[in-house]
Design a protein. Structure first.
Length: 373
């Protein structure tokens, strides 16, 4: 049995190396939550009316380009110069997003299951069950991970013509989602999640959104977002009402429809630095309480990217419990929850679940930390 444990230790150490390299902070674009222009390089023979026919949703609005760029003569454009076009004027074409992974039960509006590899178009609605999780790849290669007990509708997915820029908007009346933007996304790309209470508009960042009947919360783990309350009639939020939420901060919107001043997120709980072993089919991990925490969220997956979710639970005490596990390696993430309901930074530990007949565990069943080789 000792040889089995040694092999598992080796496999888990390899997993740990791959996990940490995969989760290392990537270079990311500077956050940009305001409006932006789409820039076109002028070539010989271009006129504003001609560019309007090529780029604008309403070609007759080309005089707005003249005013926006402060041009004296619309027929005398300098080749090699750039013309700034407000994104709101651009012609668009529909795009699709893809479901890259599904764990547990997730269904479309007609009740049919959602499958990995499936395409979603504007108007598509997905609902996840208590054990349901899925990952959606956005048009620009960014990802949205929908958690259990969630409902999500793809309201808008558009390409801007002649560029890699995209515009994506989701409606999530209930549930939780995590968004990770692909580094180097086009500057004019825009992404937004709307709930019944708030809007989170963003580019070039990583953040979470949680929504229920009482309000909406958001937590930013990289970059920054613009967070605003939505009026009860589900109209658009005014940009001047948006509150910037920076990295390591979060905010909430309740029935008042106004976001609170950003709150610093709680630090990651202290978990073991080395992989730990326990015996199938149970996992129980105690960890030190964190100041300011009123609870904790624990998530377990079979892969470092958390696309193969095993389950999650909200804890009232610093003790994570999972049952019904098979022998193998897992990744456990735990984060603290503060008095606002905001969830802090993730802590991670690799867990090895040994076969039920394995020996070498303590009599209490607590994890045995591994010593450095």
């Amino acid at each position: 049995m000792r040889s089995i444990i040694d092999l598992l230790k080796f496999a888990l150490r390899c997993t740990l190396i791959l996990t940490l390299s995969g989760l290392a902070p990537a270079s990311r674009a500077a956050p940009d939550t305001g409006s932006a222009d789409f820039e076109v390089t002028i070539v010989q023979g271009d006129t504003l009316s001609g560019l309007g026919r090529r780029w604008l949703a309403d070609p007759t609005r080309w005089p707005e380009l003249q005013r926006h760029n402060k041009l004296q003569n619309p027929n005398r454009l300098v080749p090699g110069s750039t013309l700034a076009i407000p994104v709101s004027l651009l012609r668009e074409k529909p795009a699709v997003v893809h479901v890259s992974s599904v764990s547990g039960q997730a269904r479309k509006a007609d009740g049919t299951p959602v499958a990995a590899g499936e395409r979603l178009r504007e108007g598509a609605t997905i609902t996840t069950a208590q054990n349901g999780y899925l990952t959606i790849q956005l048009v620009d290669g960014s990802t949205l991970r929908l958690q259990s007990n969630s409902e999500l509708t793809l309201e808008r997915a558009r390409h801007l013509p002649g560029s890699d820029a995209t515009q994506t908007r989701f409606q999530m009346p209930a549930g939780q989602a995590e968004v990770r933007f692909k580094p180097g996304a086009a500057r004019t790309s825009r992404f937004e999640i709307r709930t019944g209470f708030a809007s989170a508009a963003v580019r070039g960042t990583e953040f979470r959104v949680g929504a229920d009947a009482r309000g909406t919360r958001t937590e930013v783990t990289a970059g920054a977002i613009a967070f605003a309350g939505l009026p009860p009639n589900a109209g658009a939020a005014s940009p001047e009402d948006a509150v910037p939420v920076a990295e390591d901060y979060g905010s909430i919107v309740d029935e008042s429809r106004k976001p609170i001043a950003p709150v610093r997120l709680l630090a990651a709980p202290a978990l073991p630095q080395e992989p730990v072993f326990q015996q199938a089919p149970e996992l129980r991990l105690d960890f030190p309480p964190l100041d300011g925490a009123v609870g904790y969220r624990a998530r377990l997956a079979a892969d470092a990217e958390f696309q193969q979710m095993i389950g999650e639970t909200v804890l009232s005490q610093p003790q994570a419990d999972f049952s019904g596990l098979k022998a193998g390696s897992y990744v456990l993430k735990i984060r603290a929850i503060d008095r606002y309901g905001l969830e802090g930074r993730d802590a991670m530990v690799i867990v090895g679940i040994l076969p039920a007949q394995a020996t070498g565990l303590s009599k209490s069943g607590t994890p045995l930390p591994l010593k450095a080789q």
